[in-house]
Write a new protein. Structure first.
Length: 402
């Protein structure tokens, strides 16, 4: 991705999505790699780095970063649109810093002294892990996040830190953010992540991935129901298990001269609605992986359904009510007596699903959040028809909450 594409996406988010609660614009992986031209990582290539071992934006892709300016201008432009700015980073210290033994800011040690050269990412060659007990390790992370704070960063996604689970580096990063003087959301990636780490994650992170990378394949979506069920009880109070990005609309890298990744989502419309319904009722962060200027009206409608977004914002105590093979029912509580139920048909045929709405949602008039249809009082609803690979979401109150 390049600077002009980031700004183009941000402008479209501000104009079309911000009023519905969408607010973060995140520059994804390898913004420091001058030769990047696709989603494939080039191994062992030179990266843009300052004199004290910190990666900085590649000026040929982000011209405003020239002369050591970093992302300050880009963040300021995005903030001016009423949005928030974020970056993706990799855990650790740059390998090229270690090989050159460049200094660590505020210390007498070099990058070689803090590196764990046997701690490497299996799919990216940019970094070595940091030995959290080494002299200078905390100072390195302090300097990195102080730099991000000076740029105006609002959210940082740290990758290659959950599998294996890097306890020491997570704690170093948490301390660094707390010392940076700027509120920054900490997102950790990628999983799968063991439930035994739940308490540690809630103490140190704002959101964390619960699975490996999620893509627009039915098998990925089908497989997401179980980790969502397992992690649902840890969702809330500012801490959010993360089911990963929403691959919707046009999934494109326009800057790729070879047309790499230039395609639309492979999910059917029913599958897209299933994904949005599951992420929304469990409270997974909604991060859109799409080229926003090309959003079609149907996808835009999916992303701007106020009642579904209200459920995402306000629902608490999400839980799976039942699963009978490919018929899955979830429920959650809302404020002011509102109750939610999501009914999923993971099978290959349209199906009428028996729903325990009266016992689960209590008394009230049912309202379909996606279609807007009024279904009648709960005591009159026994079954709900759901499309193959599809979802219906109902609530006992039809008024908006926010």
């Amino acid at each position: 991705m390049r600077e002009n594409e980031v700004l183009e996406n941000a402008e479209h988010m501000a104009a079309r999505l911000a009023s519905f609660g969408w607010e973060y614009v995140v520059v994804d992986i390898q913004w420091y790699e001058p030769g990047a031209f696709s989603s494939a990582y080039r191994p062992f290539v030179p990266l843009e780095m300052d004199a004290v071992s910190r990666l900085v934006p590649a000026a040929n892709r982000f011209p405003s970063a020239a002369g050591g300016a970093g992302f300050e201008y880009l963040a300021r432009r995005i903030h001016a649109l009423g949005l928030k700015f974020g970056i993706h980073v990799m855990r650790g210290v740059p390998r090229q810093a270690v090989h050159a033994d460049t200094p660590i800011l505020g210390t007498t040690v070099g990058a070689r002294d803090i590196a764990q050269t046997n701690s490497i990412c299996p799919w990216n060659t940019d970094m070595y892990g940091v030995n959290p007990s080494a002299l200078g390790a905390q100072e390195y992370y302090d300097s990195v996040f102080a730099l991000y704070a000076s740029w105006g960063v609002d959210i940082v996604k740290v990758d290659d830190i959950l599998l294996p689970y890097a306890v020491g580096e997570i704690e170093c990063i948490r301390r660094a953010i707390d010392r940076a003087g700027r509120d920054m959301v900490l997102s950790l990636s990628c999983g799968p992540t063991g439930l035994e780490h739940a308490d540690h994650l809630r103490k140190n992170a704002d959101m964390w991935r619960i699975t490996g990378d999620f893509w627009d394949r039915w098998e990925d979506l089908y497989s997401m129901f179980e980790p969502c069920r397992a992690w649902a009880r840890f969702s809330g109070d500012g801490h959010w298990p993360d089911a990963d990005m929403l691959p919707l609309g046009r999934i494109a890298l326009r800057s790729c001269e070879h047309g790499c990744g230039d395609r639309w989502t492979r999910f059917t419309r029913a599958e897209q609605r299933t994904m949005m319904s599951l992420w929304s009722i469990v409270g997974s962060p909604l991060m859109l992986g799409s080229f926003l200027p090309d959003l079609d009206d149907w996808t835009l409608g999916l992303l701007t359904n106020r009642e579904v977004l209200d459920m995402h914002r306000f629902a608490r105590n999400p839980h799976q009510v039942s699963r009978q093979r490919d018929c899955v029912i979830w429920a959650a509580d809302g404020p002011d007596g509102t109750s939610y139920m999501a009914i999923f048909n993971l099978g290959v045929r349209r199906t009428s699903i028996a729903v325990p709405v009266q016992g689960t949602l209590g008394d009230g008039n049912l309202h379909d959040l996606w279609s807007g249809a009024r279904l009648g009082p709960t005591e009159s609803v026994r079954e709900i028809e759901v499309d193959a690979h599809g979802a219906r979401v109902v609530a006992t109150h039809s008024h908006r909450l926010g």
